[in-house]
Ligand binder design. Structure first.
Ligand code: HEC
Length: 113
């Protein structure tokens, strides 16, 4: 039995989704990671713990802690955009969608302790 035309078309569609869909998701993830590594790691460390020398000196919170995770997305986005305590404001440097990506990234940080 030869594959019908519609059969081949639907296989094509599946391949399209597979090749376009997955990289889109990975790109979004990498984006947030890149923004975090460029702007936030200095104080908050790669793992979010804030155990870096500047993080400790400035009193950066552990982003994985309940205190931070308990806050709403809007509160976290505002802290990033406007700065807080010794943390600089990023509202001028980052686009609002980058800030929302960072909020999602902070939510997805693996729990430390
Ligand atoms: C110069 C050091 C520094 C940099 C760079 C920095 N932070 Fe912070 N961050 C801090 C400090 C210090 C605090 C604690 C502020 C306070 O509560 O007084 C903090 C707190 C936070 C909080 C908790 C806010 C809250 O409401 O309790 C979040 C979320 C956060 N930072 C995210 C980020 C993100 C995302 C970036 C990168 C775009 C970033 N920080 C870059 C120093 C920094």
């Amino acid at each position: 039995m030869r594959p019908t035309l519609s059969h081949r078309l639907s296989m094509g569609a599946v391949l399209c989704i597979a090749t376009l869909g997955i990289p889109w998701f990975l790109r979004a993830q990498n984006d947030a990671e890149k923004i975090y590594k460029t702007n936030c790691v200095l104080c908050h460390s790669v793992d979010g713990s804030g155990n870096s020398p500047s993080g400790k000196a400035l009193g950066a919170q552990d982003l994985r802690s309940e205190v931070v995770q308990k806050k709403t997305d809007a509160e976290l986005a505002e802290a990033i955009a406007r700065g807080k305590g010794k943390m600089p404001a990023f509202g001028k440097k980052l686009k609002p969608e980058d800030i929302s990506k960072l909020v999602a990234y902070i939510r997805a940080l693996p729990k430390g302790k």
